[in-house]
Design a protein. Structure first.
Length: 113
């Protein structure tokens, strides 16, 4: 899977919290969102506003949550583990470790490719 496929899948499954997301799908989408966020932040700095970042962050909020929930499910975890990211300081580190776990098979359902 390459970055274009991952981004396409994540936007097609914009609000689909069902199913699973492979590690490449999640991490390519995360890289794409991060790069565009940096570009939006640059435009905000040049324009002396927060408009571009705000619009971008609102546009990718739901697909980011959806792909994160699907990734946690693919790693064999419950979706509620996403809430660990709300814990100050260490929450995000724990979530990144959980999201980096390998895919697991689930009752005869093969892991995401």
């Amino acid at each position: 899977m390459h970055i274009g496929q991952a981004v396409s899948i994540c936007f097609v499954k914009y609000a689909d919290f069902r199913g699973r997301a492979s590690r490449p799908e999640y991490w390519w989408f995360t890289l794409f969102v991060t790069i565009v966020s940096l570009i939006a932040l640059t435009f905000d700095t040049l324009a002396r506003s927060g408009l571009y970042s705000t619009i971008w962050n609102l546009a990718v909020l739901l697909p980011t949550l959806a792909v994160t929930v699907r990734r946690l499910r693919d790693a064999g975890l419950h979706w509620a583990w996403i809430l660990i990211g709300l814990v100050p300081l260490v929450g995000w580190l724990i979530l990144v470790v959980l999201l980096a776990r390998p895919s697991v098979e689930e009752r005869g359902v093969p892991a995401a490719a």
